[in-house]
Design a protein around this ligand. Structure first.
Ligand code: PMV
Length: 288
Protein backbone atom coordinates (compact mmCIF):
# COMPACT_ATOMS: atom_id res chain seq x y z
CA UNK A 1 0.00 0.00 0.00
CA UNK A 2 1.27 3.52 -0.75
CA UNK A 3 0.11 6.68 1.00
CA UNK A 4 0.66 10.27 -0.15
CA UNK A 5 -0.75 13.54 1.15
CA UNK A 6 -1.12 16.88 -0.66
CA UNK A 7 -2.10 20.37 0.55
CA UNK A 8 -4.94 22.76 -0.22
CA UNK A 9 -4.26 26.40 -1.14
CA UNK A 10 -5.29 30.02 -0.65
CA UNK A 11 -4.93 33.06 -2.88
CA UNK A 12 -3.31 35.98 -1.06
CA UNK A 13 -3.70 38.18 -4.15
CA UNK A 14 -4.97 38.13 -7.68
CA UNK A 15 -7.85 35.69 -8.16
CA UNK A 16 -10.07 36.60 -11.13
CA UNK A 17 -7.42 38.98 -12.52
CA UNK A 18 -5.22 35.91 -13.13
CA UNK A 19 -7.84 34.73 -15.64
CA UNK A 20 -6.97 37.85 -17.69
CA UNK A 21 -3.22 37.27 -17.60
CA UNK A 22 -2.44 39.30 -14.48
CA UNK A 23 -0.14 37.92 -11.76
CA UNK A 24 -1.45 36.39 -8.55
CA UNK A 25 0.06 35.09 -5.30
CA UNK A 26 -1.03 31.68 -4.04
CA UNK A 27 0.09 29.63 -1.09
CA UNK A 28 -0.18 25.99 -0.09
CA UNK A 29 -1.73 25.56 3.36
CA UNK A 30 -1.14 22.92 6.00
CA UNK A 31 -4.62 21.43 5.62
CA UNK A 32 -4.04 18.24 3.64
CA UNK A 33 -5.73 15.35 1.93
CA UNK A 34 -4.30 11.89 2.44
CA UNK A 35 -4.80 9.19 -0.20
CA UNK A 36 -3.89 5.53 0.09
CA UNK A 37 -3.82 3.17 -2.88
CA UNK A 38 -3.43 -0.60 -2.92
CA UNK A 39 -4.04 -3.29 -5.51
CA UNK A 40 -7.18 -5.20 -4.68
CA UNK A 41 -9.55 -7.94 -5.90
CA UNK A 42 -12.29 -5.47 -6.74
CA UNK A 43 -12.42 -1.66 -7.14
CA UNK A 44 -13.25 0.13 -3.90
CA UNK A 45 -13.05 3.93 -3.50
CA UNK A 46 -13.75 5.31 -0.04
CA UNK A 47 -14.29 9.07 0.13
CA UNK A 48 -16.73 11.60 1.61
CA UNK A 49 -17.05 13.41 -1.73
CA UNK A 50 -17.87 12.09 -5.19
CA UNK A 51 -15.39 9.87 -6.99
CA UNK A 52 -15.42 11.58 -10.38
CA UNK A 53 -11.91 13.07 -10.03
CA UNK A 54 -10.43 9.78 -8.82
CA UNK A 55 -12.15 7.78 -11.59
CA UNK A 56 -10.60 10.18 -14.10
CA UNK A 57 -7.12 9.81 -12.54
CA UNK A 58 -7.35 6.00 -12.84
CA UNK A 59 -8.57 6.23 -16.44
CA UNK A 60 -6.02 8.83 -17.53
CA UNK A 61 -3.11 6.94 -15.94
CA UNK A 62 -4.18 3.81 -17.81
CA UNK A 63 -4.60 1.61 -14.73
CA UNK A 64 -6.74 -1.38 -15.61
CA UNK A 65 -6.45 -3.44 -12.47
CA UNK A 66 -8.78 -2.96 -9.50
CA UNK A 67 -7.62 -0.60 -6.76
CA UNK A 68 -8.66 0.05 -3.19
CA UNK A 69 -8.40 3.80 -2.64
CA UNK A 70 -9.06 5.60 0.62
CA UNK A 71 -9.26 9.38 0.92
CA UNK A 72 -9.08 11.22 4.19
CA UNK A 73 -9.42 15.01 4.07
CA UNK A 74 -8.85 17.95 6.41
CA UNK A 75 -9.87 20.41 3.64
CA UNK A 76 -13.52 21.49 3.54
CA UNK A 77 -14.74 20.47 0.05
CA UNK A 78 -16.20 22.98 -2.43
CA UNK A 79 -14.92 25.98 -0.51
CA UNK A 80 -12.23 27.30 -2.84
CA UNK A 81 -9.37 25.72 -0.89
CA UNK A 82 -8.37 23.39 -3.70
CA UNK A 83 -9.57 20.13 -2.16
CA UNK A 84 -10.19 18.44 -5.52
CA UNK A 85 -6.69 19.36 -6.77
CA UNK A 86 -5.13 18.00 -3.57
CA UNK A 87 -7.03 14.71 -3.93
CA UNK A 88 -6.03 14.43 -7.60
CA UNK A 89 -2.36 15.21 -6.93
CA UNK A 90 -2.07 12.79 -4.00
CA UNK A 91 -3.83 10.06 -5.99
CA UNK A 92 -1.56 10.55 -9.04
CA UNK A 93 1.47 10.39 -6.75
CA UNK A 94 0.24 7.11 -5.22
CA UNK A 95 -0.42 5.43 -8.58
CA UNK A 96 2.87 6.78 -9.97
CA UNK A 97 4.71 5.17 -7.06
CA UNK A 98 2.75 1.90 -6.89
CA UNK A 99 3.13 1.23 -10.62
CA UNK A 100 6.65 2.67 -10.99
CA UNK A 101 5.60 5.14 -13.69
CA UNK A 102 8.48 7.53 -13.03
CA UNK A 103 6.56 10.81 -13.21
CA UNK A 104 8.36 13.84 -11.78
CA UNK A 105 6.64 16.69 -9.91
CA UNK A 106 6.17 18.82 -13.04
CA UNK A 107 4.45 15.93 -14.79
CA UNK A 108 2.26 15.25 -11.74
CA UNK A 109 1.16 18.92 -11.64
CA UNK A 110 0.51 18.96 -15.41
CA UNK A 111 -1.47 15.72 -15.39
CA UNK A 112 -3.42 16.96 -12.36
CA UNK A 113 -4.31 20.14 -14.21
CA UNK A 114 -5.50 18.16 -17.27
CA UNK A 115 -7.71 16.02 -15.03
CA UNK A 116 -9.22 19.08 -13.29
CA UNK A 117 -9.92 20.61 -16.72
CA UNK A 118 -11.53 17.38 -17.99
CA UNK A 119 -13.84 17.19 -14.98
CA UNK A 120 -14.65 20.89 -14.47
CA UNK A 121 -14.49 22.28 -17.99
CA UNK A 122 -12.19 25.08 -16.85
CA UNK A 123 -9.42 25.11 -14.26
CA UNK A 124 -6.36 27.25 -13.74
CA UNK A 125 -3.10 25.35 -13.18
CA UNK A 126 -2.66 27.13 -9.82
CA UNK A 127 -4.35 24.56 -7.56
CA UNK A 128 -2.55 21.48 -8.86
CA UNK A 129 0.81 23.29 -9.11
CA UNK A 130 0.63 24.65 -5.57
CA UNK A 131 -0.60 21.31 -4.24
CA UNK A 132 2.30 19.49 -5.92
CA UNK A 133 5.15 21.85 -5.09
CA UNK A 134 3.87 23.49 -1.88
CA UNK A 135 5.08 26.84 -0.52
CA UNK A 136 4.14 30.23 -1.95
CA UNK A 137 4.26 31.14 -5.61
CA UNK A 138 3.74 33.99 -7.98
CA UNK A 139 1.34 32.86 -10.72
CA UNK A 140 1.45 32.43 -13.78
CA UNK A 141 5.25 31.88 -13.81
CA UNK A 142 5.18 29.84 -10.61
CA UNK A 143 8.14 31.75 -9.27
CA UNK A 144 8.64 30.66 -5.70
CA UNK A 145 8.42 33.21 -2.86
CA UNK A 146 9.83 32.61 0.65
CA UNK A 147 6.94 31.33 2.80
CA UNK A 148 5.25 33.69 5.25
CA UNK A 149 5.95 32.91 8.88
CA UNK A 150 2.92 34.65 10.38
CA UNK A 151 -0.47 33.17 11.24
CA UNK A 152 -2.92 32.52 8.44
CA UNK A 153 -6.57 32.18 9.41
CA UNK A 154 -9.22 30.87 7.06
CA UNK A 155 -12.90 31.64 7.58
CA UNK A 156 -15.39 29.27 6.01
CA UNK A 157 -18.86 30.69 5.22
CA UNK A 158 -20.26 27.15 4.78
CA UNK A 159 -21.75 28.28 1.47
CA UNK A 160 -20.80 26.80 -1.86
CA UNK A 161 -20.36 28.72 -5.09
CA UNK A 162 -19.32 27.51 -8.51
CA UNK A 163 -15.99 28.93 -9.70
CA UNK A 164 -17.16 28.49 -13.32
CA UNK A 165 -20.30 30.60 -12.73
CA UNK A 166 -18.35 33.34 -10.95
CA UNK A 167 -15.74 33.52 -13.70
CA UNK A 168 -18.63 33.84 -16.20
CA UNK A 169 -20.30 36.52 -14.08
CA UNK A 170 -17.09 38.57 -14.07
CA UNK A 171 -16.67 38.03 -17.84
CA UNK A 172 -20.22 39.38 -18.35
CA UNK A 173 -19.49 42.46 -16.25
CA UNK A 174 -16.29 42.98 -18.25
CA UNK A 175 -18.22 42.78 -21.52
CA UNK A 176 -20.67 45.43 -20.31
CA UNK A 177 -18.03 47.72 -18.79
CA UNK A 178 -14.89 46.79 -20.71
CA UNK A 179 -12.77 49.81 -19.91
CA UNK A 180 -13.37 50.12 -16.18
CA UNK A 181 -13.23 46.38 -15.50
CA UNK A 182 -9.94 46.18 -17.44
CA UNK A 183 -8.57 48.91 -15.16
CA UNK A 184 -9.73 46.92 -12.11
CA UNK A 185 -8.01 43.76 -13.40
CA UNK A 186 -4.81 45.70 -13.98
CA UNK A 187 -5.05 47.26 -10.52
CA UNK A 188 -5.44 43.79 -8.96
CA UNK A 189 -2.42 42.59 -10.96
CA UNK A 190 -0.47 45.59 -9.73
CA UNK A 191 -1.24 44.59 -6.12
CA UNK A 192 0.60 41.28 -6.64
CA UNK A 193 3.56 43.12 -8.17
CA UNK A 194 3.68 45.60 -5.26
CA UNK A 195 3.22 42.81 -2.72
CA UNK A 196 6.06 40.63 -4.03
CA UNK A 197 8.99 42.53 -2.42
CA UNK A 198 6.92 43.03 0.75
CA UNK A 199 6.46 39.26 0.95
CA UNK A 200 10.23 38.89 0.85
CA UNK A 201 10.72 41.51 3.57
CA UNK A 202 7.71 40.15 5.51
CA UNK A 203 6.12 43.56 5.94
CA UNK A 204 2.85 42.12 7.19
CA UNK A 205 1.21 45.44 7.95
CA UNK A 206 1.55 46.63 4.36
CA UNK A 207 0.74 43.20 2.92
CA UNK A 208 -2.48 43.24 4.99
CA UNK A 209 -3.40 46.70 3.72
CA UNK A 210 -2.89 45.52 0.14
CA UNK A 211 -5.09 42.48 0.81
CA UNK A 212 -7.81 44.84 2.04
CA UNK A 213 -7.51 46.90 -1.16
CA UNK A 214 -7.67 43.65 -3.18
CA UNK A 215 -10.91 42.79 -1.35
CA UNK A 216 -12.40 46.16 -2.30
CA UNK A 217 -11.58 45.50 -5.94
CA UNK A 218 -13.01 41.97 -5.79
CA UNK A 219 -16.17 43.45 -4.30
CA UNK A 220 -16.38 45.86 -7.22
CA UNK A 221 -16.38 42.80 -9.52
CA UNK A 222 -19.47 41.52 -7.71
CA UNK A 223 -17.95 38.36 -6.22
CA UNK A 224 -18.21 39.23 -2.54
CA UNK A 225 -21.31 38.45 -0.49
CA UNK A 226 -22.84 39.59 2.77
CA UNK A 227 -21.58 36.44 4.53
CA UNK A 228 -18.05 36.89 3.18
CA UNK A 229 -18.05 40.55 4.29
CA UNK A 230 -19.29 39.57 7.74
CA UNK A 231 -16.35 37.20 8.22
CA UNK A 232 -13.89 39.68 6.67
CA UNK A 233 -15.02 42.50 8.98
CA UNK A 234 -14.92 40.17 11.98
CA UNK A 235 -11.36 39.06 11.13
CA UNK A 236 -10.15 42.59 10.40
CA UNK A 237 -10.72 43.65 14.01
CA UNK A 238 -7.47 41.84 14.85
CA UNK A 239 -5.87 40.90 11.53
CA UNK A 240 -3.39 42.74 9.32
CA UNK A 241 -5.74 42.16 6.39
CA UNK A 242 -8.53 39.90 5.20
CA UNK A 243 -10.11 39.09 1.86
CA UNK A 244 -11.90 36.41 -0.13
CA UNK A 245 -9.74 33.52 -1.26
CA UNK A 246 -10.68 32.00 -4.60
CA UNK A 247 -13.68 32.69 -6.75
CA UNK A 248 -15.93 34.20 -4.05
CA UNK A 249 -19.73 34.07 -4.10
CA UNK A 250 -19.35 31.89 -0.97
CA UNK A 251 -16.48 29.68 0.11
CA UNK A 252 -13.75 31.12 2.30
CA UNK A 253 -11.89 34.21 3.41
CA UNK A 254 -8.21 34.39 4.31
CA UNK A 255 -6.70 36.66 6.96
CA UNK A 256 -3.06 37.34 7.83
CA UNK A 257 -2.57 37.59 11.56
CA UNK A 258 0.06 37.93 14.22
CA UNK A 259 0.61 34.50 15.85
CA UNK A 260 -0.59 35.92 19.19
CA UNK A 261 -3.92 37.04 17.65
CA UNK A 262 -4.82 33.77 15.91
CA UNK A 263 -7.27 32.54 18.52
CA UNK A 264 -9.09 35.83 18.88
CA UNK A 265 -9.47 36.10 15.08
CA UNK A 266 -10.90 32.56 15.00
CA UNK A 267 -13.33 33.45 17.82
CA UNK A 268 -14.48 36.61 16.00
CA UNK A 269 -15.05 34.61 12.79
CA UNK A 270 -17.08 32.03 14.69
CA UNK A 271 -19.11 34.74 16.42
CA UNK A 272 -19.91 36.07 12.94
CA UNK A 273 -21.31 32.66 11.94
CA UNK A 274 -18.33 31.10 10.16
CA UNK A 275 -15.77 28.44 10.92
CA UNK A 276 -12.29 29.73 11.74
CA UNK A 277 -9.34 27.52 10.82
CA UNK A 278 -5.73 28.30 11.70
CA UNK A 279 -3.21 27.29 9.07
CA UNK A 280 0.34 27.94 7.85
CA UNK A 281 2.16 27.75 4.55
CA UNK A 282 2.18 24.06 3.63
CA UNK A 283 4.55 21.55 2.05
CA UNK A 284 3.78 20.02 -1.35
CA UNK A 285 2.79 16.44 -2.10
CA UNK A 286 4.72 13.95 0.03
CA UNK A 287 4.91 10.26 0.82
CA UNK A 288 3.51 9.35 4.24
O1 PMV B 1 -12.28 29.17 -6.22
P1 PMV B 1 -10.95 28.66 -6.62
O2 PMV B 1 -10.05 28.39 -5.46
O3 PMV B 1 -11.01 27.52 -7.59
O4 PMV B 1 -10.19 29.85 -7.35
C1 PMV B 1 -10.68 30.41 -8.53
C2 PMV B 1 -9.74 31.46 -8.97
C3 PMV B 1 -10.16 32.21 -10.22
O5 PMV B 1 -9.14 33.15 -10.49
C4 PMV B 1 -11.45 32.96 -10.02
C5 PMV B 1 -10.32 31.28 -11.41
C6 PMV B 1 -9.05 30.65 -11.90
O6 PMV B 1 -9.19 29.61 -12.56
O7 PMV B 1 -7.95 31.19 -11.69
Amino acid sequence: MVIYSAPGKVYLFGEHAVVYGEPAVASAIDLRIQVSVERSKRPDIRTDTDTVYIDRVIEKMGVDEPLKIEIDSQIPPGSGLGSSAAAVVACIACINDEFGMGLGKREIAKLGHEIEKDVQGIASPTDTYVSTFGGMVLVPDFKSIPPLDCGIVIGDTFTFASTKKLVEKVADLKKRHEKIVSYIMRAIGELSRIAEPLLYSKDYKKIGELMNINQGLLDSLGVSTEKLWKLINAARKNAWGAKITGAGGGGCIVALVDETKKNVVIEEIERAGGRGISTRVGEGVRKE
